[in-house]
Write a protein that binds this ligand. Structure first.
Ligand SMILES: Nc1ncnc2c1ncn2[C@@H]1O[C@H](COP(=O)(O)OP(=O)(O)OP(=O)(O)O)[C@@H](O)[C@H]1O
Ligand SMILES: [Mg+2]
Length: 217
């Protein structure tokens, strides 16, 4: 945790202990701790967006990576009546990527998908070798490289045309507690991978977000 915030958090915890478990001020110290944690998360995200990152791309198994994200969200989804569906291409080659940064991408996308859905529906994770005419081959320097697609598809509310143009803008959000940084960060990370991100949405039917990532060789 950032230093001044760490100090505030520590002091509030001491205060909480000093007041004891039956204090009528316990509610306030809890709010302070929760909100300090939230400010810290906001700062971490802003730093992420601002700092020129050193990518460490290595050959990765995309399915293992997606499973890391899936297990984090599966229980929460099930509780809300949402089924997590996998459609992985078993012959998918390894990709070239930075594992932690890509986990962050897919975690943001899955969270958006869950936010967009009510209490039913399917959230589908799928992969394939890309045949997309625009993004199916990219130049990483040293020639053209084939790409794979990883898709996060939901059956949620969809994105209205008026909102569509702004979803990648930092701080654009339609949510009460949103920061509007999720997709800006995803866009940034995919750009660093020399990949791409594409959003297709039908209002009332759902949204498909496709990430294009380079194959490792
Ligand atoms: N799968 C989706 N279905 C419907 N709308 C979406 C979806 N993904 C993104 N959006 C829209 O795009 C906006 C921006 O998304 P983004 O992830 O950048 O920020 P956020 O989710 O609002 O906040 P956070 O910083 O917590 O991610 C959302 O507020 C929402 O309106
Ligand atoms: Mg988001």
């Amino acid at each position: 945790m950032r230093n001044p915030l760490g100090a505030i958090r520590g002091a509030v915890q001491l205060l909480k202990r000093e007041l004891g478990p039956d204090s009528r001020f316990g509610e306030y110290t809890d709010v302070l701790i929760t909100e300090v944690d939230r400010v810290n998360r906001i700062i971490e995200m802003l730093l992420d967006l601002a700092r020129p990152v050193q990518l460490r791309p290595v050959p990765l198994n995309l399915h293992q990576l997606l499973e890391r994200v899936a297990v984090l969200n599966e229980e929460g989804a099930r509780e809300r009546g949402i089924a997590l569906v996998r459609r992985y291409d078993p012959s998918l080659p390894p990709i070239l990527g930075d594992e932690d940064r890509l986990v962050q991408v897919f975690h943001n996308l899955v969270r958006n998908a869950l936010d967009a859905m009510g209490s039913s529906g399917r959230l589908t994770l799928s992969t394939r070798v890309s045949l997309n005419p625009l993004f199916g081959k990219m130049d990483l320097g040293g020639g053209q490289r084939n790409m794979v697609e990883a898709q996060v598809a939901d059956e949620g509310a969809g994105i209205p045309a008026t909102v569509r143009a702004k979803i990648f803008d930092p701080f654009f959000t339609t949510k009460d507690k949103g920061l509007g940084l999720g997709l800006a960060i995803c866009h940034r990370i995919l750009e660093e991978h020399r990949g791409a991100i594409q959003v297709e949405s039908a209002e009332g039917r759902g949204t498909i977000v496709t990430c294009f990532l380079p194959i490792a060789k």
